[in-house]
Design a protein around this ligand. Structure first.
Ligand code: NAG
Ligand code: NAG
Ligand code: NAG
Length: 973
């Protein structure tokens, strides 16, 4: 029996408490009466559905929820309310004691996207008008389908698939292979052939016996015998079920009460509460032959496990312990090569090892890091590479495969620490080695630190996920294997060699006797979202290694749930996930606060977002750089490299780059007076983003060229900057507040910026409007409308935005049809029935398709716009607001003519457009091409290697040189 409202909600008003107390008397009274009347009925309460006392009891306890969690809410809130909230608190990084829950930074939100209310196409305070036609991603997981449309499949499923989620996933999957995989796995699950029912637990727990009955006890409403967890299992309750659930949740004791209730706890009930077995006389819903407690009586059992206590790490090693050797397992993605080098440099010691897994799609990073393998003895790149996705099952396979390789390399490491390109140390190498030497053999993982059943739900561990087509498809509910405790938290870990041998050997090597626990977990976690956040924890807790568990992953993580939990991965997984934010200088106190704690790494750091904080951390650990070290405040990151096959280069970027090299060359020729020097541009080699003092300064194009028809190719780098057009027409509040008003793509909701620094857009880009607002002196809330006008002068989209007071910026994603009509577009901001501001953006025509020059036929298709007219509601009214001097028919005719352009004419069109939207700032020539300076000194070219903005300028913080023989480390400059 439960009446937690009275216990748990001291803030409730007094009246209702009196009513409750009165009710309690009424319950007791009516139970006594009932017992007297129905004395002959031995099991009376079980069929007493209509019985008033039982009804009362249910109303007080259940509030209509099947599952209720107690002792979970540390703030003393009522659980039934919290249950509906979307976010989940993870103490991923031991909160400093002064953290306050309002800006508590470690709250994660993991729920299915169809249950999240953040599904609107906007964030912050804005409401964007509901789209008028469906986007191409084809519908959400919560579809209305109940049977599989077999005619869409090129195979016949092995079973009749009935699960709604599986049907939805199969229909949404793009390839037939993926559909088949989804169907195969769903059938295996339906036939109960996939998941193990039960797994062995070999963590020793002397004195505890699974399922041992301790007898019937008297329970009290105010003081629960088993107070760790409570569930009302209306149809499934039985001692066995309850024991399994309590074991899964990590409790040594389980108890069944009042037929449907299951309690878990850590303390053995006192013998004084013992009652005769006849006092526990209610039937279990799942098995009427068994007793499930009674009215405030509880049958208590042992689950078979002892209460779990993590180990406390040692501070200092015993003298004479040799220092441990660490294998850093770097799992890398993206193109932040210079930051990766910097990370390796700061961690490097000749006694440590680096095993680097570069995502299978990242040609650039892989190619550039291969160089390190040749130059440093203890660096190795994984050859078997996985294409991993956020939360994907392949992440765990990648980690286990890499660890297995690490075991086989013959390197004598003691610990594996996994890190990504966005990690950075917050302690010196020596401090890390000292700490791990003192704790050799221990395993460092961070647990969620909350109630386990809640964790399972929020994490989606009770769902099957199948990874294919670069997506994690949710195909239905599942039951986790009984017999083991579930645990999880952070996927950043530091594991001992023996434990890595245990989890990674059994998985990979067929000839080795497989451990049944590891093998079973491997099956389960192949179909698990965010598998690395639970696999190692669960394996550790339930194996012989359980006494090496330290609840600390050595990391501090920059959680900012307001920004990081925007369900930003729903295109990749059928779930809402959160991500930590990048550190910025304002987060410094947080990093500094790790000084006296056993925290050695922080994440995330990303120099395109902020590099100053990385400099600050490095100088904090290893001392300041001398003032003569050049370009410390600069950062360069590759956007394009001509040798990349994967990811496939963006045609609009390649088109833009080629066009800008033409503009650059033309500019050079003009500069050399009398046209005495002709620069003929060739291949574009690289495009690099250039940042200085944490501002994007433009992009750099490295290209081949021939000067004055010479026979030798020279290599030139040119610095270009995108130009912005924002015009304020009327001084109104919304226009006055505009700081940024531009169109780009690749908006990052978490960092609130566009990652497309160059703002290049092509016919297949997804433009977004980014606006930033100055602080509003007078609080007010208003609506503005954005009118999108294409190069033919046609109004193609109307976005209405509600600007809340206090909003400082947001983005708007319009629904436009592809291919977008190339040319100059306009976005007008309408307020109070007038256009108050506008901006232009360019959709570049394509010179290349998949790297090859477009044909006339292709150009005709690509550059004619979407082909169907846009249908805008009230278009005539909106058009009245727009400049009526626009000659729409002339613009339309011009668009038709433009679509026929190809060859040189097309290039001219492209160059003329780009000239308006990009500015060439400077140009240099590589030192290997310095001979052109002699041939044509009138070009006045600088040498790139001596030019501060050039990607070839010295960058010693990221340059890896020789190992210092005395220190064993790499020199910093
Ligand atoms: C959903 O199903 C109901 C009843 O089967 C049907 O009336 C309705 O049109 C369906 N909705 C959609 C969007 O298919
Ligand atoms: C699905 O199962 C069938 C029959 O067992 C098998 O032939 C097929 O290769 C499987 N397909 C996938 C994608 O797993
Ligand atoms: C803004 O638009 C919303 C929704 O259309 C409307 O409810 C609200 O009253 C409008 N606010 C103002 C200040 O016009």
């Amino acid at each position: 029996m439960t009446d937690f409202d009275v216990n748990m909600a001291p803030a409730r008003n007094l009246d209702s408490r009196w009513v409750r107390r009165y009710r309690a008397f009424f319950i007791v009274g009516s139970v006594i009466l009932s017992i007297q009347v129905f004395l002959a009925y031995r099991f009376f309460p079980i069929d007493a559905e209509g019985d008033e006392s039982a009804q009362e009891h249910r109303d007080l306890s259940g509030k209509g929820l099947n599952l209720e969690v107690v002792n979970e809410d540390l703030n003393g809130g009522v659980s039934s309310r919290r249950f509906k909230e979307n976010y989940f608190v993870v103490d991923d990084e031991d909160s400093p004691s002064n953290s306050n829950p309002v800006n508590g930074l470690y709250i994660r939100n993991k729920v299915p996207p169809d249950k999240s209310d953040s599904m609107v196409r906007s964030n912050g305070g804005a409401i964007v008008k509901v789209p008028k036609f469906n986007s191409k991603d084809g519908g959400s997981p919560g579809l209305n389908r109940t049977s599989l449309r077999l005619e869409e499949l090129d195979f016949v499923p092995a079973c009749d698939i009935v699960a709604k989620e599986a049907i939805s996933a199969i229909h949404r999957a793009k390839t037939q292979l993926c559909k088949q995989k989804l169907a195969n796995i769903t059938c295996l699950i339906q036939q109960r052939q996939l998941y193990p029912h039960h797994l062995p637990n070999s963590c020793p727990s002397p004195g505890f016996t699974a399922g041992k009955s301790l007898g019937c006890y008297r329970d009290e409403k105010k003081f629960r015998l088993l107070s760790g967890y409570y569930a009302n299992l209306k149809t499934t309750n039985s001692p066995k079920h309850c024991i399994n659930m309590c074991l899964q949740s990590g409790f040594p004791y389980a108890g069944v009460q009042y037929s449907t209730e299951c309690f878990c706890g850590n303390e053995e009930p006192p013998s004084a509460s013992r009652r005769p077995d006849s006092s526990c006389n209610m039937k279990c819903p799942a098995d009427p032959k068994e007793a499930c407690g009674g009215y405030f009586t509880i049958n208590v059992f042992e689950t078979g496990i002892a209460k779990f206590t993590p180990q406390v790490p040692r501070e200092v090693a015993e003298s004479g312990e040799p220092p441990v050797k660490i294998a850093f397992l770097l799992t890398l993605n993206g193109r932040a090569l210079r930051q990766v080098r910097r990370l390796i440099k700061v961690l490097f010691h000749r006694d440590h090892f680096f095993y680097i897994h570069v995502d299978a799609r990242q040609d650039y990073l892989y190619r550039e890091l291969l160089v390190l393998e040749r130059s440093l003895p203890n660096v190795r790149l994984a050859r078997h590479r996985y294409a991993t996705i956020w939360g994907g099952a392949s992440l765990l396979q990648m980690l286990l495969t890499s660890m297995n390789e690490l075991l086989k390399l013959g390197w004598e490491w003691d610990f594996v620490i996994n890190l990504s390109e966005s990690d950075f140390p917050v302690k010196t190498n020596n401090q890390l080695v000292d700490f791990l030497t003192a704790n050799k053999g221990q395993n460092f993982v961070k647990s969620h630190g909350r109630e386990v059943q809640r964790f399972i739900q929020k994490q989606g561990l009770d769902k099957t996920f199948v990874e294919c087509d670069a997506h994690m498809w949710r195909t239905g509910d599942r039951r986790l294997p009984w017999g083991i405790q579930m645990d999880g938290g952070s996927d950043w870990v530091a594991l001992s060699r023996p434990f890595v041998g245990y989890v990674a050997t059994a998985v990979q090597d067929v000839h080795i006797q497989k451990d049944p626990l590891v093998e079973g977990l491997n099956t389960v976690f192949k179909h698990t979202l965010l598998p690395a956040e639970s696999f190692f924890h669960t394996a550790l807790r339930n194996s012989y290694f359980c006494d090496t568990y330290i609840d600390n992953n050595l990391h501090v993580t920059n959680w900012k749930r307001r920004l990081g939990c925007k369900c930003q991965y729903k295109h990749v997984v059928d779930w809402c996930g959160c991500s930590p934010n990048d550190f910025k200088p304002e987060d410094w106190p947080r990093l500094q606060g790790t000084e006296n704690r056993q925290l050695f790494f922080a994440r995330k750091f990303e120099p395109v977002i902020n590099q100053a904080i990385i400099d600050q951390v490095e100088e904090w650990l290893y001392g300041p750089y001398p003032s003569n070290v050049a370009n410390l405040q600069s950062y360069w990151q590759s956007v394009y490299h001509c040798a990349d096959l994967s990811p496939p280069p963006d045609d609009s970027l390649v088109t833009l780059a080629a066009s800008l090299t033409r503009l650059s060359s033309k500019g050079l020729a003009l500069r050399a007076d009398g046209n005495s020097c002709f620069v003929h541009p060739g291949n574009v080699l690289e495009v690099t983003s250039y940042h200085n003092n944490d501002n994007y300064k433009g992009s750099l194009l490295l290209y081949e060229a021939v000067v004055n028809g010479g026979s030798k190719t020279v290599i030139i780098e040119t610095w270009v900057q995108p130009q912005h057009y924002m015009t304020i027409l009327k001084d109104t509040e919304p226009s006055r507040r505009l700081k940024t008003f531009l169109v780009s793509s690749e908006y990052d909701q978490k960092e609130q910026m566009s990652r497309n620094f160059l703002h290049n857009l092509g016919p297949f880009s997804e433009p977004i409007l980014v606006y930033q607002l100055g602080v509003n002196p007078q609080p007010s809330t208003y609506n503005v409308t954005f009118l999108w006008v294409d190069p033919a002068g046609e109004l193609v989209e109307v976005s209405e935005v509600h600007v809340e007071d206090g909003l400082v910026g947001n983005y708007v994603k319009p629904l436009l049809r592809e291919p977008l009509l190339p040319g100059i577009w306009t976005v007008n901001m309408v307020y109070d029935a007038a256009v108050v501001a506008f901006t232009h953006f360019l959709v570049t025509p394509l010179q290349f398709v998949s790297g090859a020059n477009v044909s006339q036929q292709q150009a005709g298709f690509l550059h004619s716009g979407p082909g169907q007219p846009y249908q805008i509601h009230d278009a005539a009214d909106w058009n009245k607001l727009l400049d009526n001097k626009i000659d729409r028919s002339a613009l339309q005719r011009k668009a038709v003519v433009n679509a026929r352009r190809f060859g040189l004419d097309l290039k001219d069109w492209i160059d003329n457009l780009n000239m308006k939207f990009y500015k060439v700032l400077d140009t240099c020539v590589t030192s290997s091409s310095r001979h052109v300076l002699l041939e044509c000194d009138k070009l006045h070219l600088k040498i790139c290697e001596n030019t501060a903005w050039s990607s070839l300028a010295p960058d010693s913080k990221s340059q890896i040189g020789m190992v210092n023989l005395t220190t064993g480390r790499l020199n910093r400059w």
